[in-house]
Design a protein around this ligand. Structure first.
Ligand code: GDP
Length: 435
C-alpha cells in the first residue's frame, strides 16, 4: 500500500486534508483511550484506492528552532513516504519557510503535490501563481473551509500510484515486529533473538521493502522480523523523539502478524508504552509482552509476579497477551520468546466451527443470561459465526443490537477465549440485527 506524507507549516490546513482522507472510517473495536487522539498515521482511501497517510506536522521535535523542525518534518516525509503533499497558505503567499521546505523536498525525487489552501473565492485564484516559484510543480487551489478543490488534490495523489513499485507481501512467514519506546532494548533484543545466523535480506534481494526486514527460520518455522532497519538505525535527530517512535511503531504494526511489546523492567511502565500497545491492539494484532533488562532488576525489590500484576493493571485491554521476562544483555530466557510467538500466531489465525461456536454460545447464555433493557426487553442471540481470522472476528445475529452491552460482549469474549484458547489475540465481536 502506498504511503502519502503531508508536510506544511502549522495552521496551513493540513488537518483539513488529513481528516477528509481518513473520513468516516471508524474502527470496529471500541476506541482505546489515548490512541485516537492526535493521530499522525492512518489508513485512508480515495476513489477506492487505499493508502497510508502520515501527518508529519504532528511530529514535533522539542527544543528545536522552528526552521529546523519543519526541515526535519520534510526529511521524515522523504524517508517514510512514496508521495508527498505539501500544504501552503494561499493568503500569506510564499514564505521563507515554504521555500526552505520545498528545497529539501526537491532533492528527494519523489512525486510532490502542492496544495494551496485558503483560496476561498474565485478572485483569489490569481494568488496561486506565485507558488510556481517553489519549483515543485503545479499549485492546486483548495478551500478547506468550503471543502473545494480537495478532490483534485487527491486525484493527483492517486494518479501517481501506478508508477510506484510497491511489492505486496506474499510469503507466508510469520511477520513479527518489536515495538516499544526508545531505549527499552529493541535492537539489543533483535540481536539476541536472531543471534549469529542473522540474514539481512537487503544483501540478498535488494528491493527497498525487503531491505528493512530480517528473515529467520527456527525449527522449520519461517519468521520475518519487520522493520529491523528502523530498529537499528541511529543518528538522525528525530529518531529519538517519542512521536517518531510512535510513527515507526504504526508502520511496523501495520505489516505484522505478531507484535512483541518490549517493556523496560528496570524503568517500569510509562504512558508511552500504553500508547504504543494501544495501537497494536486497535490494529487487531497478536501480541506477546516481553519485559526486558530483567538482569538489572533487584529480585527482592520487584518480583516477576509483582511486575506481572502491574502490567495487568496498567494494560487492561491487553489481558489476552502472554508475558515473558528476559535479558537481551545476558540472553537469559530469550528462548521463551519463539514458542510464545508461535502460540499467539496460531490463536490469531484460528478458525472455529460454527456448530462448536454455537454450542459454546448456548452454554454461555445458560450460565449468564443475556441482559434486558429498562422496558424488560431481553437480548436474544440467535446464532453466531466466525467471519474472519487475524484477528478472529465473530458476527452475532441478535434481535436488537442496542441490547448488547459492553459488559456482556466482554463476557462472551472471555468465554470464547477460554473455550477456543485464543491466547494472545484480540477478538472482535460484531452484532447484527436480524428481524
Ligand atoms: P532500543 O532503542 O529499544 O532499540 O534500545 P537498545 O537496544 O538500543 O538498548 C538501549 C540501552 O539499554 C542500551 O544501552 C543497551 O545496552 C541497554 N540494554 C538493552 N537490553 C538490556 C538488558 O537486557 N539488560 C540491560 N542491563 N541493559 C540492556
Amino acid at each position: 500500500m502506498p504511503t502519502v506524507a503531508v508536510v506544511g507549516r502549522p495552521n496551513v490546513g493540513k488537518s483539513t486534508l488529513f481528516n477528509r482522507i481518513i473520513g468516516e472510517r471508524k474502527s470496529i473495536v471500541e476506541d482505546t483511550p489515548g490512541v485516537t487522539r492526535d493521530r499522525i498515521y492512518a489508513t485512508g482511501e480515495w476513489l477506492g484506492k487505499e493508502f497510508h497517510i502520515i501527518d508529519t506536522g504532528g511530529i514535533e521535535i522539542k527544543d528545536e528552532p522552528f526552521q529546523k523542525q519543519i526541515a526535519m518534518q520534510a526529511e521524515i516525509a522523504i524517508d517514510e513516504a512514496d508521495i508527498i503533499v505539501m500544504v501552503v497558505n494561499g493568503r500569506e503567499g510564499v514564505t521563507e519557510d515554504d521555500t526552505h521546505v520545498a528545497r529539501i523536498l526537491q532533492r528527494a525525487k519523489k512525486p510532490i503535490v502542492l496544495m494551496v489552501n485558503k483560496i476561498d473565492n474565485f478572485e483569489m485564484r490569481n494568488d496561486i501563481y506565485e507558488f510556481y516559484s517553489l519549483g515543485i510543480g503545479d499549485p492546486f487551489p483548495v478551500s478547506g473551509s468550503h471543502g473545494l478543490g480537495l478532490g483534485d488534490v487527491l486525484d493527483e495523489v492517486i494518479s501517481h500510484f501506478d508508477n510506484l513499485n510497491i511489492e505486496e507481501e506474499t510469503d507466508d512467514s510469520i511477520h513479527v515486529s518489536l515495538i516499544g519506546r526508545p531505549n527499552v532494548g529493541k535492537s539489543s533484543l533483535i540481536n539476541a533473538i536472531i543471534g549469529e545466523e542473522r540474514v539481512i535480506v537487503s544483501d540478498v534481494a535488494g528491493t527497498t521493502r525487503d531491505a528493512i526486514d530480517t528473515k529467520h527460520t527456527v525449527d522449520g518455522v519461517d519468521y520475518t522480523f519487520v522493520d529491523t532497519a528502523g530498529i537499528r538505525k541511529r543518528g538522525k535527530v528525530y529518531e529519538s523523539t517519542e512521536k517518531y517512535s510512535v510513527l515507526r511503531a504504526n508502520v511496523a504494526i501495520e505489516r505484522s502478524d505478531v507484535c512483541i511489546l518490549v517493556l523496560n523492567g528496570e524503568e517500569g511502565i510509562r504512558e508511552q508504552d500504553k500508547r504504543i500497545a494501544g495501537i497494536a491492539h486497535e490494529a487487531g494484532r497478536a501480541m506477546v509482552i516481553v519485559v526486558n533488562k530483567w538482569d538489572a532488576v533487584e529480585k527482592d525489590e520487584r518480583t516477576m509476579k509483582e511486575f506481572e500484576e502491574e502490567i495487568r493493571k496498567e494494560f487492561l485491554f491487553l489481558d489476552y497477551a502472554p508475558i515473558t521476562f528476559v535479558s537481551a544483555k545476558t540472553t537469559r530466557r530469550v528462548q521463551t520468546i519463539y514458542p510464545l510467538i508461535n502460540l499467539v500466531d496460531e490463536s490469531h489465525k484460528r478458525r472455529v466451527q460454527s456448530s462448536t461456536l454455537n454450542e459454546v454460545l448456548v452454554d454461555s447464555i445458560l450460565m449468564n443470561p443475556t441482559p434486558r433493557d429498562k422496558t424488560g426487553k431481553k437480548l436474544n442471540i440467535f446464532y453466531g459465526t466466525q467471519v474472519s481470522v487475524a484477528p478472529p472476528t465473530f458476527v452475532m445475529f441478535v434481535n436488537d443490537t442496542e441490547l448488547m452491552h459492553f459488559s456482556y460482549k466482554r463476557y462472551l469474549e472471555n468465554r470464547l477465549r477460554q473455550a477456543f484458547d485464543f491466547t494472545g489475540t484480540p477478538i472482535h465481536i460484531i452484532t447484527r440485527q436480524r428481524n
